[in-house]
Design a protein around this ligand. Structure first.
Ligand code: GLA
Length: 727
């Protein structure tokens, strides 16, 4: 049993293979957090200590017992109005204008399987692989019910948390802040690892101490954003890739979010993950239920690599869906950097001819094939094939491409509308706009009001009409602006941003249900919506619009802390690179792009024959390792922000195959001699370099290290494949 209940103590234990999570119902019916961390084999409620501190506050049921202060007690779901002044999980306004919600225990249930969340992406598991704990609490005055949900996946050390808030009263209340997880740590010093950036520089690792004063990251851009990722690590001071305790919190949501971390007046730590409360006001009518997106948690006693590997496994096996998740993804060639808007059907066909010759399996026709879309100022919303531009029908183009043995994929930006489009001329009120104001434009486009079903229905119909014209095997779903003018004809402005995301999920679900064989890749100006919510619908996401291999090392390094390598779209592009104008060796570009869903973003016809020959070899090389890259355990061997050497490694689950990648980010004359220590090998094993035949003992590679070869030139890289010698 993953979940047990000690009725006498009213203590719940959530057990996974390597971790324990405990909570209890106290004498007042308040749900206290007791412990989360490495596995223990008994109760730990002795940790709770009550003490009256100056200026503390007690709930009235505690009477004259002044030691009972919720401001210092670890809680599962802190709510407003009870004398806890730390960051809150739930703030709501009652009908009388007051802000208080006092959830007291009513009942609980333990069931097999993992709860699902209606309309929201969430971790899934079979009946035998998970258990669910539901704890129902209720405010005795407003009758607002708060259901705390815990999903426990014991074999993979994952615990998920979500919350359902039901208005069980007779008057409307307004939700102002909703979170799905609170992590209260009674003592200790912790750092926060977060992933920050911007367009073309996503998910740069940042490590800061959690100190006094609330620290937060989040998004109010309508999407999870390029700027901050909705996944963080709370790590013991000094924790490293291979040692030290660390907690992961990953929000399964693609919209506005807020992560708050603070050290309290008594050196406790509180961390809260939830929906961004700024501009959020969600009216909840009597009987209505609001479901908070889930937070996926794990605890690793042995550093970040273990934490990452658990998330990678959970995402690949319990979040991503579809036939491509655990299969080889086609090597693709995308038309964007090859031609931008300047193409005809013949251009795309010629890309496919080259692709067939080189061993590329899929050609993607990116932006520019529809409506009057010859630059990024017009046409969004007009999802009609521009046959004049293509010089043929879509069906004819796809047939010709398929006849070469190449698959065909296509780009959409379903959530957008250009003011210069037939769709806008017909339905100006479908765009998100405030009627009395001029809208804020971005890339000269507006957002469609995806909180409205009729809008989604129309877009879905248009997409289907395109997809039904031929054998489309891949769709890139893009989203290229942040949200402003958050106002809708249909609902309260404070609910729109969330309902919009539910609308996106609804349309994606409809799309993958109707086209189960299509590989969906999501994108938002590169990696502006790279989150677990999106991965429920699309097993891969275009990692960044920046294809410069050197910049990509840091972007993919940061992304890898939570998201598995097969989820990261990663392509080789030409040099000088279109984003940085930098020249980087072809080999390096390949090695970096292979640590993702591999592809190309260039026009092979413009390349000299020797580079084309290299592409052919590169694809063969990739194919030889693609299973190892997809299924292997991923280890970051250096921190590329701190070391000139960037190194990372894939080790097959049976430890028989290893792929070591090394890049010298800065080349200097007479530079240091680098060594890199491998990880995850069999101590006694003999590993053979498949090219040189040289053999190494596994423990030696991990303890003595591997001597990085001397490399020169523009960002040189080196890849070594080892196989466990069976002799
Ligand atoms: C975004 C995407 C690119 C490309 C363009 C097309 O920027 O990230 O890959 O699809 O849009 O407009």
């Amino acid at each position: 049993m993953a979940i047990t209940f000690n009725a006498e103590k009213k203590l719940f234990s959530l057990e996974t293979r390597n971790t324990t999570y405990q909570l209890r119902i106290d004498q007042f019916g308040i749900v206290q957090h007791i412990y989360y961390g490495g596995k223990i084999y008994g109760d730990s409620d002795y940790i709770v200590r009550y003490a009256c501190r100056g200026f503390g506050a007690t709930i009235s049921d505690a009477g004259t017992w002044r030691d009972y202060e919720l401001d210092t007690i670890s809680r599962e779901y802190p709510t407003i109005g009870l004398g806890d002044f730390r960051a809150m999980g739930l703030i709501l306004q009652n009908a009388d204008g007051s802000r208080c919600v006092d959830p007291r225990y009513v009942s609980h249930s333990i069931s097999n399987g993992k709860y699902a969340l209606e309309g929201l992406p969430a971790i899934f598991a079979s009946e035998k692989n998970a258990q669910t704990l539901s704890v129902i609490t209720e405010d005795p005055v407003s009758h607002v019910q708060v259901e705390l949900l815990y999903g426990v996946l014991p074999d993979i050390d994952i615990i998920t948390r979500s919350v359902r808030i039901k208005n069980g009263g007779t008057e409307q209340v307004t939700l102002e802040k909703v979170a799905s997880a609170c992590l209260d740590l009674s003592y200790g010093a912790y750092d926060l690892l977060s992933f920050c950036g911007t367009n073309c520089r996503e998910r740069q690792l940042q490590r800061t101490p959690i100190g006094h004063g609330r620290q937060s990251i989040g998004s109010r851009r309508g999407s999870s954003s390029h700027q901050y990722n909705p996944a963080v690590i709370v790590a013991e001071k000094g924790a490293t890739e291979s040692a030290g305790g660390c907690y992961g919190m990953m929000f399964v949501y693609s919209g506005n979010f807020l992560l708050e971390a603070e050290k309290t007046q008594f050196e406790q730590t509180r961390v809260i993950m939830g929906i961004q409360p700024e501009c959020f006001q969600y009216p909840l009518a009597p009987g209505q239920v609001f479901t908070v997106p889930e937070t996926v948690m794990t605890y690793s006693e042995h550093g970040f690599a273990m934490l990452s590997q658990r998330y990678h496994y959970a995402i690949m096996h319990h979040l991503c869906r579809g036939k491509y998740v655990n299969a080889d993804r086609p090597v693709l060639l995308n038309s964007w950097e090859a031609a931008y808007f300047d193409f005809t059907g013949e251009t795309i066909y010629q890309l496919a001819v080259e692709a067939a010759e080189l061993g590329v399996e899929l050609v993607v026709m990116d932006d520019g094939w529809f409506g009057q879309r010859n630059d990024d100022n017009s046409g969004l919303g007009d999802w009609n094939v521009n046959e004049e531009k293509l010089g043929c029908t879509l069906g004819q183009l796809i047939e010709k491409i398929n006849a070469l043995g190449v698959k065909f994929g296509i780009w959409f930006e379903p959530e957008m509308i250009s003011e210069n489009s037939d769709l806008y001329r017909a339905h100006p009120d479908w765009a998100l706009k405030i009627p009395s104001r001029n809208p804020v434009r971005s890339r000269n486009q507006l957002l469609l009001d995806f909180s409205r079903k009729e809008v989604r229905d129309h877009i879905f119909e248009m997409m289907c009409k395109v997809l039904d014209q031929g054998n489309v095997e891949y769709v890139k779903w893009d989203m290229n602006r942040s949200m402003e003018d958050v106002w809708s004809t249909e609902r309260c402005a404070g609910a729109v941003a969330h309902e919009y995301i539910l609308g996106v999920y609804d349309l994606m679900e409809r799309l993958i249900t109707r086209y189960p064989n299509i590989l969906l890749e999501s994108c938002s100006g590169g990696g502006g919506r790279f989150d677990a919510g999106m991965l429920y619908y699309s097993p891969q996401i275009w990692c960044s619009d920046n294809t410069d291999a050197l910049d990509r090392i840091k972007i993919q390094h940061g992304t890898s802390f939570f998201y598995p390598v097969p989820s990261m779209g990663s392509h080789v592009s030409v040099c000088p690179n279109h984003q940085t104008w930098r020249n980087i060796k072809f080999n390096t570009r390949g090695i970096v792009a292979m640590s993702g869903t591999f592809g190309y973003e260039l026009n092979p016809a413009t390349l000299p024959p020797e580079i084309k020959a290299k592409i052919k070899d590169q694809i063969i090389q990739y194919k030889e390792c693609s299973k190892l890259i997809r299924e292997g355990r991923y280890y970051r061997l250096t921190n590329p922000h701190e070391s000139e050497l960037a190194a990372w490694e894939f080790v097959s689950p049976n430890q028989k195959e290893v792929l070591l990648n090394m890049v010298i980010q800065e080349v200097h004359g007479s530079r240091d001699l680098f060594y890199v220590k491998l990880r995850g090998l069999q101590q006694q094993g003999i590993y053979k370099d498949v090219v040189t035949g040289m053999t190494y003992n596994g423990a030696a590679l991990m303890k003595v290290g591997y001597p990085v070869p001397e490399m020169k030139g523009n960002v040189p890289a080196f890849q070594v494949r080892f196989k466990l010698s069976e002799e």
